[in-house]
Design a protein around this ligand. Structure first.
Ligand code: NAD
Length: 304
């Protein structure tokens, strides 16, 4: 797999600090021209300043790379469209989009205000939707695109106090699943990255000795592999402290229970069999899952 990005143009959102900054620096160091997007807000999404994005652009230029700064909020579709138009006007293409911008508004669900739920969905999910929508026609036309969604273990597996964030982060995996299918014939590959790193977002979550080991730069190899020319599509890679795993949304073999009046009781009695995980698989699409169920039912009905 080539990890040379010469000639490629990348947009990295939320690239003024933390993981996004490392992604932008690494792509630029490997030859990509980079749009460094960042609203420059606090972790809770308040405020904004162009200073963070500009500083990363300066770092890239000082190292001999090419970059432009962009201060759009990913929640503003018109501003995101302008960001893509500017990238096209400057470099004539957009090959890579890393949806990385994010905020937190943590609280247990009982105490969470609806506005805090909505804002987190707006930044993570709608922000990524806006960026994907703006680059999609460009990537279709080029017949080339690589999109990386930044998901999270909170979305994949849950985390106390993060119902808003977890819902938004798993929604990005759902977005990936369909965009990967729809983009396939245009060589648009869409993947997800679940990072673990010491940034301002996590500094209060981990003890100091863990934070030492969780360098944001250690997540970058997973992003590079997911954004590369030979990237997979529909992969979910987890990365932190030099460890890498793949997460899957699997389907158990299940059983055909039937369609009698007592099906609810039958299902309740055999729930352990339905849930048992030997031989589970990852369907190619939602339609493939439906097809599997129908096939199982048909073969049983033919036997009866
Ligand atoms: P961070 O706070 O350092 O970076 C987030 C960046 O996004 C900030 O620079 C911020 O200014 C920017 N931003 C926020 N709202 C924006 C908006 N509306 N438009 C444009 N930019 C905006 O935190 P980080 O840890 O580097 O987070 C990067 C991504 O990784 C986030 O999506 C986060 O949810 C995700 N993530 C991080 C971890 C981790 O362990 N750090 C774990 C799982 C997921």
């Amino acid at each position: 797999m080539s990890l040379d990005f010469k000639g490629r143009v990348a947009i990295v959102t939320g690239a003024g600090g933390g993981l996004g900054r490392e992604h932008a620096l690494a792509l630029a160091a490997r030859g990509a021209r980079v749009v460094v997007n960042d609203l420059g807000s606090a972790t809770d999404g308040s405020g904004g300043s162009s200073a963070a994005a500009l500083a990363v652009v300066e770092e890239i230029r000082a190292a001999g790379g090419e970059a432009i700064a962009n201060g759009a909020s990913v929640t503003d579709f018109a501003a995101v469209q302008t960001m893509v138009t500017d990238a096209m006007a400057t470099w004539g293409r957009v090959d890579i989009l890393v949806n990385n911008a994010g905020i937190l508004r943590d609280k247990s669900f009982a105490k969470m205000e609806i506005d805090d739920f909505r804002l987190v969905i707006d930044v993570h999910l709608m922000g990524a939707v806006h960026c994907c929508k703006a680059v999609w026609p460009v990537m279709m036309e080029q017949k080339y695109g690589r999109i990386v969604m930044t998901t999270s273990s909170s979305g994949l597996y849950g985390n106390f106090g993060q119902s808003n964030y977890g819902a938004a982060k798993l929604a990005l995996v759902g977005l990936m699943q369909t965009l990967a299918l729809e983009g396939a014939k245009y060589d648009i590959r869409v993947n997800s990255l679940a990072p673990t790193a010491a940034t301002r977002m996590t500094e209060s979550l981990f003890p100091a000795e863990f934070l030492q080991a969780l360098k944001p730069a250690d997540v970058v190899p997973a992003m590079l592999v997911l954004a590369a020319e030979n990237a997979p599509s529909r992969a979910i890679l987890c990365a932190g402290a030099g460890s890498f795993e793949a997460a899957h949304i699997t389907l158990t073999q299940g059983i055909w229970v039937g369609r009698g009046n007592d099906t609810p009781e039958q299902l309740a009695a055999r729930l352990a069999e339905v849930r048992q995980r030997d031989g589970e698989n990852v369907p190619d699409s939602g339609a493939a899952q439906g097809h599997l169920e129908l096939t199982k039912a048909m073969s049983q009905l033919q036997k009866n």
